[in-house]
Ligand binder design. Structure first.
Ligand code: GLN
Ligand code: ZN
Length: 756
C-alpha cells in the first residue's frame, strides 16, 4: 500500500479568517483568547479536511510565519523582542512586526527582516544570530498542537524546519559564521525529537529545502554532521526537500541517516528514477507528484504512466504527497462560483489537490479501474484545456515566432537619445518626479468597489477618477515637481489592473495566498495566449496630460513583473508567456507614444523575484527576462524617454542585466542604504540616468531636507550629477496626502537647493 501525506496546509483560511482575526487582535478588538480560539478552529477544520491522508501535518499552522515559529521553538527570538514586558505572544509579534498587541506605540522595536522563502512569493522572518547565540528548546507550541491533533483523532506527523536549513535561512549581525552554531543547535533538536517521540509522534517531517540550492563543502558537511548526530533519536525522520532539483546534493540526500526522503517530483522529474535507484532499501521515498505551486489540475493518467513503474519498484516504500506545502495555493476552488465554468474545470486548489492525491493512490493500490470515473473526468478536463481555442491564439503565436533581435533595440545609443529627449523636455538639473501612485483614498476605494458591484455607473466612475487625476496633477504642479504622473487612482493593483484588460487572464474571488503575516495576494491566473484587445491606459494618461504643460509620465507594469506575480501556465515555458506579455505591453507603449506621451515608465518591481534558486541558472532567466523588457520598451522613437522602476536594494549581482535593459532612466530603492547601493552602478560604469530614492515611503515620517541633500551628494560621488534624478523610493499609494505633501515639498526644496 502507498502511504499518503501532506507537507503543509494553507493556514490563512478559505475566507482569510486568520488574517482578519490577527488584524483585529493587533487593533485591540479581539483578545488573545479570541485569537487562539479562531486559530484552533482553523487547525481543526484543516485536519478534518486532510483526514483521509495516512499522515497529516501538524505544526505547519502558524500565527505569522513558520520560520519565526521555529525561532521561538529554538529559543532564538532577538533579545530586543524577547527581553521586554508582556507575554510570549507580545514577544512573538514584536519580532514579527515591531510591536506586540499590548505594546504602546512609543515602544516599537525594529521588526525582524523579511525575505523571500526560496523562489516563492512568501516572505519569512530571517533568524538572527551572533557568535554568542545560545539555543534553548521551547517545545510548547508544537507539543500543544500535537496534543490537540491527537485529541481530534488525527494521525499526526509533526513538521519542523531542519537544523541546517534553519541556519541557512538566517543571518549573523557580527560577521561570524552561522555554521559555527550548528553544534550548539543540535542538542535542542535532539531534545525536541525525543519530546515529540514521547508525545507519540512516529514520524517527524524535517524540512531541508536548502538541499536544492548551491551548497559549498562546509554546508554539505553540516548536513552529514547534523543527521549523524540526530539519528540517535527515536522518531523516524522524513527529510523533506522541495522547490527544485537536488543535482549534486542528490547523493548526499540519499545517504543521510534518515528513514525517508521527500523529493519534489514536479520540479525535479528527472531525478525520480535516480533517487529511486540510489536510495538505500530501508528508506521510504516520498514523491511530491502534485504541484503545490500552481493551480492547475494534475494530468492524472500521465502521472500514473510514470508513477506505476516507480511503484512497482518501490512497493510499500513509496509515499505520495503534493510537491511542497500547499501554503502557496488557495484553499478551495468550490468557492469560485463566479469563475467561467470552462476555466474552473481546469483548476485545482489545495482541497482539490488532496482529492487528486487520493485518486492517484487508489489507482496505484487498487488499479486504475477502481477510479475509472475520476480518471475519465480528469482526462476530459485536461483535454478541454489542451484543445481550447481560448488557450491558443494563432495570431499571438505567429507574432512571437516573428520576434527578431532588432525588436528589442532602440534606434540609437543612450547618449544620442538623451540629447534629443533633453531638447524636447527641457528639464532642470536634478529633475524631480515620483514613482507613479498617489494616495489611494477611502473615496477612491469606495468608488472602485461600487463600480465593480454595479452600484456606480461607468460614466460616474470615470468622472470620479478624472476628478482624482485632476487633483493629483494640480497638487503636483503646486509642489513644483518636474515630471508628473496621473496617480494610478483607477488601479487596484499593478498586475491585476493589466491582467483584467488582457485576453488570456482569469481572476478568482477567494484565490488568496499568504505573502507574509496577515498579508495575502490574489495572483491572477494566466491561462491562455496573451492578447491586448485595446489600449489599456491611453485615455487616462492623455486626460492627465491635457491638464498641464508639464510632462506626464505614462505608467505601465512590465512583462516580467506581470508574469512573476501571476499563476502561470504549466503548458509552456515561462519564457514564452513572458514574450507574449512583452508584445502586449509594447503595443501599449507605442499607443502612448502616438498619443503624444513623451515619457513612459515600465515598472519591473518583480524582476529580481524571478531569479532561479541556483545562481548558475540565473543567466538563462535574465536573458529572456531582459529581452522581454527590451521588446516591451524599445519600440519607440529616440526622443521618447523610457523609465523603469525597481523596488529592491540588491543590484550588485544583476547590474549587467539591468544595464542591458537600456532604460533611459531607472528609479530605484536606495534611501535606507545611504546610497551605497549605487556602488554597483558606479563600478559597472552604468551609463544611463538614475533616480535613487531619497526617502523611504514605507514610513509615515516626513524626510528632512538636509538629509536628502546629503544623500544626493553621496549619490553624486558615485554617479555624475547630470545623470541624477530625485524621487521617493517607491509609489505613494499606501500613504496619506497629509504625509505625501510635506514629504514632497521637502524633496523639491532639496532639489532647488542642490541646483543653486
Ligand atoms: N508605479 C507603481 C506605484 O507607484 C510602482 C509600484 C512598485 O514598484 N511596487 O505604485
Ligand atoms: Zn517600487
Amino acid at each position: 500500500m502507498v502511504t499518503t501525506h501532506n507537507l503543509g496546509f494553507p493556514r490563512i483560511g478559505g475566507q482569510r479568517e486568520l488574517k482578519f482575526a490577527l488584524e483585529q487582535y493587533w487593533a485591540g478588538r479581539k483578545t488573545e483568547q479570541d485569537l487562539s480560539a479562531i486559530a484552533a478552529e482553523l487547525r481543526e477544520s484543516h485536519w478534518q479536511q486532510q483526514s483521509a491522508l495516512d499522515f497529516v501535518p501538524v505544526g505547519d499552522f502558524s500565527l505569522y510565519d513558520q520560520v519565526l515559529d521555529m525561532s521561538v521553538t529554538l529559543g532564538n527570538l532577538p533579545a530586543r523582542a524577547a527581553d521586554k514586558e508582556g507575554n510570549e505572544l507580545d514577544a512573538y509579534f514584536r519580532a514579527a512586526r515591531g510591536r506586540g498587541a499590548n505594546d504602546s506605540p512609543c515602544c516599537a522595536i525594529a521588526a525582524g527582516e523579511m525575505t523571500k522563502w526560496f523562489d516563492t512569493n512568501y516572505h519569512y522572518i530571517v533568524p538572527e544570530f551572533t557568535a554568542d547565540t545560545e539555543f534553548k528548546l521551547n517545545p510548547e507550541r508544537l507539543i500543544n498542537q500535537l496534543a490537540e491533533a491527537q485529541q481530534h483523532g488525527v494521525s499526526a506527523k509533526p513538521v519542523i524546519i531542519g537544523p541546517v536549513t534553519y541556519l541557512w535561512l538566517g543571518k549573523t549581525s557580527d560577521g561570524s559564521n552561522r555554521l559555527d552554531l550548528l553544534e550548539r543547535l543540535l542538542p535542542a533538536y535532539s531534545q525536541l525529537l525525543e519530546i515529540l517521540a514521547d508525545a507519540g509522534a512516529e514520524w517527524v517531517q524535517i524540512d531541508e529545502p536548502a538541499l536544492v540550492t548551491e551548497l559549498d563543502a562546509n554546508w554539505r558537511y553540516a548536513f552529514n554532521l547534523a543527521y549523524h548526530q540526530l539519528k540517535a533519536n527515536r522518531p523516524k525522520l522524513l527529510l523533506a526537500t522541495y522547490f527544485g532539483e537536488l543535482r549534486n546534493n542528490l547523493q548526499l540526500a540519499c545517504e543521510l541517516p534518515v528513514a525517508g526522503v521527500h523529493l519534489d517530483a514536479i520540479s525535479a522529474p528527472d531525478e525520480v528514477n535516480r533517487i529511486a535507484d540510489w536510495l538505500p532499501t530501508h528508506k521510504v521515498l516520498s514523491l511530491g507528484v502534485i504541484s503545490g505551486r500552481n493551480i492547475w489540475k494534475t494530468d492524472l493518467n500521465k502521472t500514473l504512466n510514470w508513477l506505476e513503474p516507480v511503484h512497482e519498484k518501490l512497493g510499500e516504500r513509496l509515499w505520495l504527497a503534493p510537491s511542497c506545502s500547499l501554503l502557496h495555493v488557495p484553499v478551495d476552488l468550490s468557492q469560485e462560483t463566479g469563475l467561467d465554468p470552462e476555466i474552473r474545470n481546469w483548476l485545482a486548489f489545495a482541497l482539490q489537490k488532496l482529492d487528486e492525491l487520493h485518486v492517484l493512490t487508489r489507482a496505484l493500490n487498487e488499479g486504475r479501474e477502481s477510479v475509472q470515473q475520476q480518471l475519465t473526468q480528469n482526462q476530459t478536463a485536461i483535454d478541454s484545456r489542451r484543445n481550447s481555442t481560448r488557450v491558443t491564439n494563432p495570431d499571438v503565436r505567429a507574432a512571437v515566432a516573428d520576434i527578431t533581435t532588432e525588436l528589442g533595440n532602440r534606434q540609437s545609443p543612450y547618449a544620442q537619445r538623451i540629447a534629443l529627449q533633453q531638447e524636447k523636455l527641457q528639464l532642470p538639473a536634478f529633475p524631480t518626479t515620483t514613482i507613479g501612485s498617489f494616495p489611494q483614498t477611502p473615496e477612491i476605494r469606495q468608488a472602485r468597489l461600487q463600480f465593480r458591484k454595479g452600484d456606480l455607473a461607468a460614466a460616474d466612475y470615470e468622472a470620479q477618477m478624472k476628478a482624482e487625476i485632476e487633483r493629483c496633477i494640480r497638487n503636483q504642479e503646486a509642489l513644483g515637481l518636474d515630471v508628473l504622473v496621473h496617480g494610478e487612482a483607477e488601479r487596484n493593483d499593478m498586475v491585476e489592473y493589466f491582467g483584467e484588460q488582457l485576453d488570456g487572464y482569469a481572476f478568482t474571488r477567494f484565490g488568496w495566498v499568504q505573502s507574509y503575516g496577515s498579508r495575502c495576494v490574489k495572483p491572477p491566473i494566466l491561462f491562455g495566449d496573451i492578447r491586448r484587445p485595446k489600449a489599456m491606459t491611453v485615455d487616462w494618461i492623455r486626460y492627465a496630460q491635457s491638464l498641464t504643460d508639464k510632462p506626464v509620465k505614462g505608467m505601465l507594469t512590465g512583462p516580467v513583473t506581470i508574469l512573476n506575480w501571476s499563476f502561470v501556465r504549466d503548458d509552456q515555458p515561462r519564457k514564452d508567456s513572458c514574450l507574449q506579455l512583452a508584445l502586449a505591453i509594447r503595443e501599449e507603449v507605442q499607443d502612448l507614444e502616438k498619443a503624444g506621451v513623451g515619457i513612459i515608465q515600465i515598472d519591473e518591481a518583480a524582476l529580481r523575484e524571478g531569479l532561479p534558486l541556483r545562481q548558475s541558472d540565473w543567466e538563462g532567466y535574465l536573458d529572456w527576462a531582459i529581452n522581454s523588457f527590451r521588446i516591451a520598451a524599445n519600440g519607440v522613437e529616440d526622443s521618447t524617454q523610457i523609465h523603469t522602476h525597481m523596488c529592491y536594494s540588491e543590484f550588485n549581482d544583476i547590474i549587467e542585466a539591468i544595464a542591458r535593459m537600456d532604460a533611459d532612466v531607472i528609479t530605484i530603492e536606495t534611501s535606507r542604504s545611504d546610497m551605497e547601493l549605487l556602488d554597483a552602478f558606479k563600478s559597472f560604469e552604468y551609463p544611463n540616468d538614475i533616480g535613487p530614492g531619497v526617502y523611504d515611503i514605507h514610513s509615515p515620517n516626513v524626510p528632512n531636507k538636509e538629509q536628502i541633500i546629503n544623500l544626493m551628494k553621496l549619490a553624486a560621488e558615485r554617479i555624475p550629477a547630470e545623470r541624477l534624478w530625485i524621487n521617493p523610493d517607491c509609489g505613494l499609494k499606501t500613504r496619506k496626502w497629509e504625509e505625501v505633501t510635506p514629504a514632497l515639498e521637502t524633496m523639491v526644496a532639496a532639489a532647488q537647493a542642490l541646483r543653486a
